[in-house]
Design a protein. Structure first.
Length: 142
């Protein structure tokens, strides 16, 4: 199921690492994201989640060091951007990472587990919200 691209999807990936990027720009791009604390909450066998950017017209990673702009998908994946958050969702959209900035323009996105099972944004959001609620509760109990 495709959903309009928005900053909320990126904020669910806090601490997630993009380690694989395949496809073409312009076109569809699949980003494999390693995010253990979310992925292990799904009973399906697997290790990561796949975010497909549909009608992607821009995907660039600007690392802090060395400065520059990576647009080659393999180079972006090799840099392994670790996602922090998205805020100002403007043109192009900005995703802040631990060691740089990801710029993304796409019309819609879809989600799947690495075993191929399609998941919804709502399903992923529910899993992430549960994790963060439990994390906050366990932090208060220490």
């Amino acid at each position: 199921m495709q959903v309009s691209l928005n900053l909320n999807i990126w904020n669910l990936w806090h601490d997630g690492t993009v380690f694989r990027a395949v496809g073409r720009v312009p076109g569809d791009v699949q980003l494999s994201i390693s995010i253990d604390y979310i992925r292990r909450r799904f009973s399906d066998v697997g290790e990561h989640v796949v975010l497909t950017l549909h009608n992607c017209t821009c995907l660039a990673y600007e690392p802090d060091d060395p400065p520059g702009c990576l647009t080659d998908l393999q180079a972006i994946a090799a840099a392994e951007p670790e996602i922090l958050k998205a805020e100002n969702w403007t043109d192009p959209n900005t995703v802040y990472c631990v060691s740089g900035t990801l710029r993304v323009l796409a019309s819609t996105f879809s989600l799947a587990l690495d075993n191929g099972r399609i998941i919804t944004f709502e399903e992923l959001a529910s899993v992430a919200e549960t994790y963060w609620r439990e994390f906050a509760e366990s932090s208060l109990n220490k």
